[in-house]
Design a protein. Structure first.
Length: 585
């Protein structure tokens, strides 16, 4: 079939011009004269039974919904960035021709199982980054639906010159699907730092093609919804993928107070007096204008989910007095704080994006603790974390960040003084997260995390890989001879990544005990948690103790899930000297 040429914008179908302007006919308007309605509008009105009775309040409400303008959220630059992430993380679908040929053979059809490395993207602003991640995650979740629509309508048969741009076409098509194929209008909540012009010729061509084919695409989507008995686009998703978004919608907003720059009383007064918000005692008393201090984390404030944008844009956040971070990420840091005395130092096995490191810097400021963190991805990543520590108000002399992986190091070659507690937080499956986008954005996690939350079924191979990595991290942690405690934390709901890892570590030491006495002074044993084991007030009792010894918050509409185990040495450790060699970075 010959490729269809996109007609000029004189056609009756709304077409986006290269400068982003649309004619007035792009948006249907309801007039009092029926003859001014287009045939398509007449059919839509007739379908809703409104053509000859359009003056009641109920009818007006239906008409307003029918012709409601869906807001645009993404620029052409965001389309480009999101499509690059999507291209690297998506699952390759089976080629129909190969599938047909495989029907006569016993050989399986090859499908790509691995992901590509996502290139570094130069975002114009944090807002653009957040929007890019949101769009990329959405397209990954709807990949199968979008690609089936393109195949069913033979889109690339009509527009063959776009067949090499599948990822970009899929990304743009998802946005148009979610907005009922309405042309992009002015951006909602525009960012002054973003390029708002529609000056990308390829993106404009794809948008015009989608608008030209919107009737066929919408018809194909309607058939799929009828076949699946789906009331909405979201209902086409697998149930487990859909549940993540439903739970995350009402997750409270958590933010910890930077006690280096301010104090709890000052921040609380800001919200009580300046913001006219009411302080309550628990989440059961929460409403849109209320907040409370968390029961487990002493510097953590909890707000109603409806206040997300208000808190994110608050001057306390801009001035680095308040940091957005989910409670699940704060539990381990507060557990560590209760184990430390003056000048006790800390090892962080996986530094990630550095937000947990910043919280630990705040909580240990009065103890003058030094923190040694491993797993800095690049030199630029390390510099960025050190800059954030300075904006925190802390001195970077209290921290050393290494690019080396924790499991690869030789403790003899590192000059780490008096590290009494190890935070063993290996990269895990993150299966207990219900708000992966905010977690990725706030924690600075690798964007490949998005792929795991867009899959309809659990990737057993990936879980196995996580278990092997977690086991290696724990084995490395128990080798360090000066520590008196290990805090093991995951954001996984799988027992195989949680208590089974801990029990395996303890059991392995028990076997070693009978064979060889340890020179470093003792073995670890599982200890009861140092945080309160009840959640909330008397009217809100929710036990968080697992098997009598572990803390585990289940994933819920209150917070992401987290598992925390505490291991303490049985006897006093001996003094041990290292070679004081500083590893060259």
């Amino acid at each position: 079939m010959a490729s269809r040429q996109i007609p000029p914008s004189t056609t009756s179908t709304p077409i986006i011009s290269s400068n982003g302007n649309q004619s007035n006919r792009d948006t249907p308007t309801v007039t009092s004269d029926k003859q001014h309605l287009s045939e398509q509008e007449r059919m839509r009105l007739k379908e809703f039974g409104q053509l000859f009775n359009r003056h009641s309040s109920i009818n007006r409400a239906l008409l307003e919904e029918l012709f409601r303008k869906e807001p645009s959220e993404y620029t052409q630059a965001v389309y480009r960035f999101a499509s690059r992430i999507y291209h690297c993380l998506k699952e390759d679908q089976v080629n129909p021709l190969l599938k047909a040929l495989a029907g006569t053979k016993e050989e399986p059809v090859p499908v790509k199982k691995t992901t590509l490395d996502v290139p570094k993207l130069d975002y114009a602003s944090d807002k653009q980054k957040r929007r890019t991640l949101k769009l990329a995650f959405s397209v990954l979740r709807y990949q199968k639906i979008v690609e089936e629509l393109l195949e069913e309508t033979q889109f690339f048969g009509s527009y063959g010159d776009l067949k090499d741009e599948l990822s970009l076409v899929s990304t743009i098509l998802y946005d148009y699907l979610s907005r009922k194929f309405q042309p992009r209008d002015e951006l909602v909540d525009p960012d002054d730092k973003e390029d708002l012009s529609n000056s990308d010729p390829l993106v404009t061509t794809i948008e015009n093609a989608i608008l030209q084919e919107r009737k066929r695409l919408a018809a194909a989507l309607a058939r799929n919804r009828i076949k699946s008995q789906a009331l909405s686009l979201e209902d086409l998703l697998p149930e487990n993928v859909r549940e993540v978004q439903q739970h995350s919608a009402e997750l409270p907003i958590y933010a910890w107070v930077n006690l280096i720059k301010t104090d709890m009383e000052t921040v609380i007064k800001v919200f009580e007096n300046s913001e006219q918000m009411k302080r309550v005692k628990s989440i059961n008393e929460m409403d849109k204008r209320a907040f409370f201090v968390d029961y487990h984390c002493s510097n953590l404030l909890v707000f109603h989910y409806s206040q997300k944008q208000r808190i994110a844009n608050h001057y306390l956040v801009r001035d680095n007095h308040l940091y957005l971070q989910d409670k699940s990420s704060c539990i381990a840091a507060h557990s560590i704080r209760k184990l430390l005395t003056k000048k006790d130092n800390i090892i962080i096995a996986y530094v990630s994006g550095g937000l947990l490191l910043q919280l630990l810097m705040v909580l240990t400021e009065d103890l003058e603790s030094k923190i040694y963190a491993f797993g800095g991805r690049t030199d630029e990543n390390i510099r960025d974390m050190l800059t954030k520590i300075k904006t925190l108000g802390a001195t970077d002399k209290r921290v050393k960040i290494f690019k080396e992986r924790f499991t690869d190091i030789n403790f003899d070659e590192f000059n780490m003084e008096q590290c009494k507690v190890i935070l063993c937080n290996p990269p895990d499956s993150r299966s207990a997260l219900i708000q992966p986008l905010d977690f990725l954005y706030n924690e600075g996690e690798d964007v490949s995390l998005l792929k795991q939350f867009s899959q309809p079924t659990e990737n057993k191979g990936y879980i196995k890989e996580c278990i092997q990595r977690e086991t290696a991290y724990m084995k490395q942690a128990v080798r360090y001879p000066l520590a008196k405690a290990i805090v093991y934390v995951t954001f996984s709901k799988n027992k195989s990544e949680n208590e089974e890892i801990v029990h395996a570590t303890v059991n392995e030491q028990t076997e070693q005990r009978s064979q060889t006495p340890r020179r470093d002074g003792g073995f670890y044993k599982v200890s009861p948690p140092v945080l309160p084991i009840q959640f909330g007030t008397r009217n809100e009792q929710m036990p968080i103790l697992r098997q009598g010894t572990f803390i585990q918050f289940e994933s819920s509409q209150k917070m992401n899930g987290v598992f925390v185990a505490l291991l303490l040495r049985e006897v006093k450790i001996f003094k041990w000297k290292n070679r004081h060699h500083q590893l060259t970075k």
